[in-house]
Design a protein around this ligand. Structure first.
Ligand code: GLA
Length: 692
C-alpha cells in the first residue's frame, strides 16, 4: 500500500461513512459523508478529480474538515487563534491518529507554536450520528487567544440545489421550520444572548433540494451547547457546502493560558436517507440512546399552576388546584413562580429562595404532604441564575451580577443576571438549591432562565470574556452535582418557554418547556419544528384555558388535548373554573394519553398531512397511534383521507373502540378516514393494533 493510503480515515456508522484524508500539506479534507463505504471504496475516493492530491492553490474552501486559518483560506475558519507575537495563521502538522472506545482522534501540532489540536470523531453501533469535538492544548507558557474553535466542520457532498432547513423564532413562536435554497457565501445563525435562544435553535439540515418527508437524503447537525453559539453554512462558487458549528460568538475570544486545555462541546452530525421524517426519527433515537439521562422512564402527566394563578395565590389555592389535577389523573404537581421571598409580583424576590412566610407560614411541608397524599409527585419552579434588584440577595451582593463600569444595568422583567461564571456565585447557587432540595421532598424542578445577558462584564477579572463560557459550564456543573446528590430529582429546562433547548441541556434535564405560547393552533407549528430534532417525550405541552389567555383564540377541549398529546402531555389550565363536563372529559383524555404514552414517548414519529388535515403518527411494536387535527373545511368538502406511513401493507390493523379493521395496504395508499366532526377545530385520536 502506498504510504498516502494510511492518511485516510473512514468513520463508519451502521449505514453511513464519513471519510477524511490528509493532503501533502497535512490539510484534512472531507471526502465523503453519505452511504457506508467498504475500505477499498473509501480509498478509491482518492482517485476522484477533487481528491486532495490534485494541485490545489485555491478552492479548498468548504472542503476542509479541519478548517484552520492558514494560507489560501478565504472562507469560514472553524479554527482561528492569535499567538502572543501576533501571528494568526496556523500551520498544523499531523502528529498521530489514535483510536479508542469507538472514537478516532486525529492529532496535530503547530509547526512552530506550542499548540496541539485534537479532532475527535465518535461513532456508535446503534445510530448514524457521529459526535465530534475539538480539544486545544497550549503546551507553552505564553497565552494563546482562541478566536474561533468550532467543534466540527462537516463537509457535504456536491449537491446541485442544496437547501437549508433551520429553526427560527422568538418568544411565544419558537422552532419555526423554514427550508430555503442555500445562498452562496456564508449564512450564519446563532445566539449572542448567553443562552441557546428563541431566535434560532442550534440545528441545521441540508438536503438536495428534492427531499420530501418520506424520500431523499438529509445531512443535519446539532450543537450540544446552551450558551452563545454560531453555525456557519458556507457555499462556494462551485456549490460545495460545509457546515461549521461551535460555541462562542463574535467578538468574544477565549484566552488559553500556558498548560491549559480547551474542550469544545459536542457537535453531532447525521446523514440519513428516507426523507425528513427519517432524519428526525434518527435524532429522536439518538437523544434517547445517548443524550437523555432517563430515557426508559415515562414522562409523567404534570400539572403546572402558572397560567391558573400567576403570582396571585395562597397555599390553599395550590392545594385546590392539586386536588383538581389529581382528579384529572395528573401524576406530578408543579407549583410555578411566586412561592418564595417577597415574590408576589415580578419585581421582587428573585434570589431569595426561601418560602414566602405569608403564603407558607409552616414552610412548604404541608403543601408537599397534600400533593404526595393525592398520589402525585411534587415539583417547584426556580430561576437560580437571576436576581431582582429588590431582593435580599442583591442588597447583600450588588457586585454578583454581570455589569460594566460606567454602564447602566439594563433590566428585563425587572431582573438582572447573576454572574454564574464566578466560582463563589456558582457555589452559592448550588448551596441554596441543595438546601432547598434536602429540606423538602421535592421530586421535580422547573429551572427557568428568563432574560438574555446585557452589559455582560466582570469588573476586576482580567479575562472577562470567559464569562460567556464559564456561565454555561458552571450551570452544567451545578445540574450535574444536584442530580448526583438527589438521584430521584427530575428537571425541566425552561427559558421563557423554549429559549434553552439543545442537546447540551438535555444531557442533564428530563424535559423542556417548549413555549409560553399554549395556544393549540400555534403549537402545531412550534411542535412540528421542535420534532425535527427533539423527541416528543421531552416536549412539554400543556392544555390550558379557552379562550387562550394570551392569543384569545377559543378552541375545543379535545383539540387542545389532542395537540398536547403529541408531546409530553400536561395540564396548565385553571381547573377551579373548568366546567364539570370539561373536568370529566379531561380525565378521560388523560387516561387515553396514558394508554398511548409508550408509543408517543418511546416510539417512532411520522408526520402526516392531507390538505387542511395534519397530524402525527407514532409507532411502537404492534401499536400505531394517529393524532390529527384540522382547523376548518372549505366549501363543505369532505375531509381527505390521511395516508399513514411505515405500516406493513400485508397486515391488518384493528381500531380500538370501534369495530373497524383496516388493511395496511389501504392505509398506506389511500389513507385513514378520521371521521372528523365537520365543524371547525376538529381533531381525532385513533389507536390501531396490528393483528398477529
Ligand atoms: C417564564 C416561564 C413560564 C413561567 C414564568 C414564571 O415566563 O416560561 O412558564 O414559569 O416564567 O414567572
Amino acid at each position: 500500500m502506498p504510504a498516502r493510503e494510511t492518511r485516510l480515515w473512514a468513520v463508519d456508522t451502521p449505514n453511513t461513512s464519513y471519510v477524511v484524508a490528509l493532503d501533502d500539506h497535512d490539510r484534512l479534507h472531507g471526502l465523503h459523508w453519505g452511504p457506508r463505504l467498504a475500505p477499498e471504496q473509501a480509498l478509491a475516493l482518492l482517485d476522484l478529480p477533487e481528491a486532495p492530491f490534485r494541485p490545489v492553490v485555491d478552492g479548498c474552501d468548504a472542503r476542509l474538515d479541519l478548517s484552520a486559518a492558514s494560507a489560501f483560506r478565504y472562507g469560514h475558519n472553524g479554527l482561528q487563534v492569535r499567538f502572543a507575537d501576533g501571528t494568526r495563521d496556523l500551520e498544523l502538522a499531523f502528529t498521530e491518529a489514535a483510536e479508542a472506545d469507538g472514537a478516532l482522534t486525529l492529532v496535530f501540532t503547530d509547526r512552530h507554536y506550542p499548540l496541539e489540536v485534537r479532532s475527535t470523531y465518535r461513532a456508535f453501533t446503534d445510530t448514524d450520528v457521529i459526535e465530534r469535538s475539538l480539544v486545544l492544548r497550549n503546551t507553552g507558557t505564553e497565552d494563546i487567544e482562541v478566536v474561533r474553535a468550532d467543534s466540527a466542520t462537516w463537509v457535504l457532498p456536491e449537491l446541485e440545489t442544496p437547501r437549508l432547513g433551520q429553526l427560527h423564532g422568538e418568544w411565544g413562536a419558537e422552532t419555526q421550520l423554514t427550508r430555503t435554497a442555500v445562498p452562496h457565501g456564508e449564512t450564519v445563525i446563532g445566539s449572542r444572548r448567553g443562552i441557546t435562544g428563541h431566535q434560532a435553535n442550534p440545528w441545521v439540515a441540508v438536503d438536495d433540494g428534492q427531499t420530501t418527508e418520506t424520500r431523499g437524503p438529509v445531512w443535519s447537525t446539532a450543537l450540544a451547547w446552551s450558551g452563545t453559539w454560531r453555525i456557519t453554512v458556507e457555499k462556494t462558487p462551485r456549490g460545495r457546502v460545509a457546515v461549521s458549528a461551535g460555541f462562542g460568538h463574535d467578538p468574544v475570544s477565549i484566552r488559553l493560558r500556558g498548560g491549559e486545555t480547551l474542550e469544545t462541546p459536542v457537535c453531532a452530525g447525521l446523514h440519513t436517507d428516507g426523507g425528513f421524517a427519517a432524519a428526525a426519527g434518527a435524532w429522536h433515537d439518538y437523544a434517547r440512546a445517548h443524550v437523555l439521562p432517563h430515557p426508559d422512564e415515562d414522562r409523567p402527566v404534570l400539572y403546572n399552576s402558572w397560567e391558573a394563578t400567576e403570582f396571585d395565590f395562597t397555599a390553599e389555592d395550590q392545594m385546590r388546584l392539586a386536588k383538581g389535577a389529581a382528579a384529572m389523573g395528573c401524576e406530578l404537581f408543579v407549583m410555578d413562580d411566586g412561592w418564595f421571598g417577597s415574590r408576589t409580583h415580578d419585581g421582587a424576590g428573585l434570589g431569595d429562595w426561601t418560602p414566602n412566610p405569608d403564603r407558607f407560614p409552616d414552610g412548604l411541608g404541608p403543601l408537599i404532604e397534600h400533593v404526595h397524599g393525592l398520589g402525585m409527585r411534587f415539583g417547584i419552579w426556580v430561576e437560580p441564575e437571576m436576581v431582582n434588584p429588590d431582593s435580599d440577595l442583591y442588597r447583600a451582593h450588588p457586585d454578583w451580577v454581570y455589569h460594566q463600569p460606567h454602564r447602566r444595568r439594563s433590566e428585563v422583567r425587572r431582573q438582572l443576571v447573576l454572574n454564574l461564571a464566578r466560582p463563589d456565585v456558582a457555589e452559592w447557587v448550588h448551596a441554596r438549591l441543595d438546601e432547598l432540595l434536602s429540606a423538602n421532598a421535592i421530586d421535580f424542578v422547573k429551572w427557568d432562565m428568563n432574560r438574555p445577558f446585557t452589559e455582560a462584564g466582570w469588573p476586576g477579572e482580567d479575562d472577562p470574556d470567559r464569562l460567556w463560557f464559564d456561565h454555561t459550564r458552571n450551570l452544567y456543573a451545578i445540574l450535574d452535582r444536584l442530580r448526583a446528590d438527589h438521584p430521584a430529582l427530575r428537571i425541566e429546562s425552561c427559558s421563557s418557554g423554549g429559549g434553552r433547548v439543545d442537546f447540551g441541556i438535555l444531557r442533564r434535564t428530563d424535559q423542556v418547556w417548549t413555549s409560553d405560547n399554549t395556544d393549540a393552533v400555534d403549537r402545531i407549528a412550534i411542535q412540528e419544528g421542535f420534532a425535527q430534532v427533539y423527541p416528543a417525550r421531552v416536549m412539554g405541552a400543556w392544555v390550558t384555558d379557552s379562550p387562550n389567555p394570551w392569543t384569545r383564540r377559543a378552541v375545543p377541549l379535545e383539540f387542545r388535548f389532542h395537540v398536547a398529546m403529541a408531546g409530553a402531555l400536561a395540564v396548565g389550565g385553571d381547573l377551579r373554573v373548568w366546567s364539570e363536563e370539561d373536568l370529566a372529559r379531561g380525565a378521560e383524555l388523560v387516561a387515553d394519553y396514558k394508554r398511548i404514552r409508550p408509543a408517543v414517548q418511546h416510539g417512532r414519529r411520522r408526520p402526516l398531512r392531507a390538505g387542511a388535515v395534519a397530524g402525527v403518527q407514532y409507532d411502537r411494536g404492534d401499536r400505531t397511534v394517529v393524532l390529527a387535527w384540522r382547523r376548518s373545511r372549505a366549501f363543505g368538502y369532505r375531509d381527505p383521507l390521511l395516508k399513514l406511513h411505515g405500516l406493513d401493507p400485508g397486515a391488518r390493523y384493528r381500531e380500538r373502540g370501534t369495530d373497524r379493521l383496516h388493511h395496511g395496504a389501504v392505509l398506506l395508499s389511500h389513507g385513514l378516514d378520521l371521521r372528523l366532526d365537520p365543524g371547525d377545530y376538529a381533531s381525532a385520536m385513533i389507536e390501531l393494533v396490528r393483528e398477529a
